[in-house]
Design a protein around this ligand. Structure first.
Ligand SMILES: NC(=O)C1=CN([C@@H]2O[C@H](COP(=O)(O)OP(=O)(O)OC[C@H]3O[C@@H](n4cnc5c(N)ncnc54)[C@H](O)[C@@H]3O)[C@@H](O)[C@H]2O)C=CC1
Ligand SMILES: O=C(CO)COP(=O)(O)O
Length: 355
């Protein structure tokens, strides 16, 4: 990368470190930018040689973040082994479908005790595994964490005020990530409920698709509030049944991320829902997007899991019927509205069973 302005410290407090960011998409680029501006040396791995050469020459990732200039010591590379070897801490922003394969291929490059943080908001099909579980299986010698929250990549890249959550059992991992990333526009809160934080990040993508559909159909703002809140009830019911802490859903990684993805046209999941609501097929909507919308895969997995463990998830079921079945949007809405009248907060008043 050409020598740009000397690294801005951004008000960041910690010492400078060597870090790696794996994945050259929108989120990898946004996080590399924060880390670079905070004064760290960023070994920025991507699979595409042309893209790495472009970032090296111009400081811009034009495919995923056009017009955004990366500054500081950001070193794009296609050599994963050297990126990992040179890093004290590794951040992984690879879509869930490719996550295990990429880590597995390079598992011997990771060091004992190295900190590895997943930035990915998805679920693996086989065994319903979250990314931290994949890391635990593939590189158990490493110290693992998850970063999740209301974090639209484009806004972080624009230095808009943003907060996120680092979830890890090890307090040193939490502190290290807070020190590395925290700065005048990026604030990092901590949680120990790794499973809840991670599951929340994956589940909210489903409700963002629902919200995009509702917006396309001009259902109104009462309807949006109903969908977001019932989405929160549904996702926390599901997550708690799998062992997450319900209180996590009151935080940034829960309701925070749900709000931003369900209300912003910058969300790719929201945009897919909106396009389908305007009459496009799912395939057309995905093709037009040209980026990852994890919620499409998560929807199928969560629908299967909810059925297998007996969790009532009417929004998941309704969206699945719209996207993958033959149900009309209107018929699904009607059946949701005409279901048995039920409890608002089921942790206070138990839900009437009506399946
Ligand atoms: N973009 C955003 O605002 C945010 C994204 N995330 C999460 O980050 C993860 C990554 O998403 P984005 O960067 O946004 O996606 P993106 O669609 O912008 O980019 C995907 C990147 O993954 C790379 N990739 C795909 N398959 C690969 C493989 N087999 N090997 C190596 N690289 C591969 C692509 O080349 C591309 O660089 C997702 O799970 C997403 O949910 C999390 C927070 C915010
Ligand atoms: O996770 C995100 C914001 O927190 C990004 O959402 P999308 O993947 O829908 O763009």
């Amino acid at each position: 990368m050409p020598e740009s302005n000397s690294p801005q410290k951004n008000g960041a407090k910690g010492a400078a470190h060597d870090v790696a960011v794996l994945g050259g998409g929108s989120f990898g680029t946004a996080m590399a930018k924060v880390l670079g501006e905070n004064g760290h040396t960023v070994h920025f791995w991507m699979r595409d040689q042309k893209q790495a050469a472009e970032i090296e020459a111009t400081g811009v990732n034009s495919r995923y973040m056009p017009g955004v200039e990366l500054s500081g010591d950001i070193q794009p590379t296609t050599d994963m082994a050297s990126a990992i070897a040179n890093a004290e801490i590794v951040f992984v922003a690879i879509p869930s479908k490719a996550f295990r394969a990429v880590i597995r291929q390079h598992k011997s490059d990771f060091r004992d005790g190295q900190i590895v943080i997943s930035l990915t908001k998805g679920i693996e099909r086989d065994g319903f595994k979250l990314m931290s579980e994949i890391l635990q299986e593939e590189i158990p010698r490493c110290r693992i964490g998850v970063l999740s929250g209301p974090n639209l990549a484009a806004e972080i890249a624009a230095r808009d005020l943003t907060a996120t959550v680092i979830a890890a059992k090890d307090p040193e991992v939490r502190r290290t990530v807070q020190d590395l990333l925290g700065c005048e526009y990026f604030r990092v809160y901590a949680n120990v409920d790794v499973y809840g934080v991670e599951l929340a990040g994956a589940l909210k993508n489903i409700y963002a698709i629902v919200a995009g559909l509702a917006e396309a159909l001009e259902m109104g703002e009462n309807a949006q509030a109903m969908l977001i809140t019932r989405g929160l009830a549904e996702m926390s019911r599901f997550a708690v049944s799998l062992g997450a802490n319900p209180m996590t859903f009151m935080g940034l990684a829960g309701v925070g991320d749900l709000i931003v993805t369900c209300t912003s046209s910058k969300s790719r999941n929201f945009r897919v829902g909106h396009a389908v609501g305007k009459g496009k097929s799912l395939d057309e909507a995905v093709k037009e997007l040209g980026q990852v919308a994890e919620g499409i895969y998560t929807l199928e997995l969560v629908k299967e899991k909810a059925e297998s463990v007996g969790i009532y998830m009417p929004l998941v079921r309704g969206l699945y019927e719209i996207l993958y079945g033959s149900a009309s949007i209107r018929a699904v809405i009607n059946s949701l509205m005409m279901a048995v009248q039920n409890s608002d907060v089921e942790f206070i008043l138990p839900r009437t069973i009506s399946q």
